[in-house]
Design a protein around this ligand. Sequence first.
Ligand code: NI
Length: 269
Amino acid sequence: MASLPELNNYMNQMWTDYIKMTPSAEKIYNLFTQSGENVLNDHIALRTFNHPQLGIHSLAQHFTKYGYKYAGEYFFKEKKLYAQHFQHANLNLPKIFISELELEKMSPFVQETLAQCVHQVSPAAIQNENFVFSGRHWTTSYATYLKLAQESEYASWVYAYGFRPNHFTVSINHLKNFTDIQRLNSFIKTNGFTLNASGGEVKGTPQELLEQSSTMAGEVPCQFGDGIYPIPGCYYEFAKRYAMTSGELYHGFIAKSADKIFESTNKQS
Ligand code: NI
């Protein structure tokens, strides 16, 4: 099994790719550290399609080799998504949340477009552990992006960006001063960032054992085959976990909350 320093190095590479796309996350991270906080990640989220070559397993294999194990599954009927989460015996390490678009439930247009994308990904590239932050492996056009977005915002995001962390999530449980999610949200907004308000700024309740909030993904210039267009990029999330009756922290996810969090990459009107 690969070692802990190797795993930390791997995650640092993911973070470096993520903040290149998400300068707001780096700014928020710096605001926390400048106020004396030690920021740990609750989870890192990745997106893919359920194509046999590219399903959840193709990304998960790069984490299971570091000791991560399957720890739960989630269904998002309306968005036609399925997700699994993986966790490490060392619970200070971020959980890995991987979702996949259920291609068989999509229109022939989406199926065909994405099949052509998958066809351009080399099987060797998928086996490389850097695949999870390797970006896009196919040719694109802005018109196709827009057409995909009409049917599935998720499909259009993966089409535009390929494979890279969709978001990192600050573990509120590891913060000293921002232990209350409402207070943390005010701090984020006071500093000029927009929160995802779909379903309310705070998703979940202490009774559900998980509270989450997230920024809205800012627009970033994305290079398509036919030009550069600004489209929503990645976002930063915040999660607070509560103890179960056993006294142990809850480490799962709430599908109803995650469903709304997915909308953090929607285009802001
Ligand atoms: Ni998340």
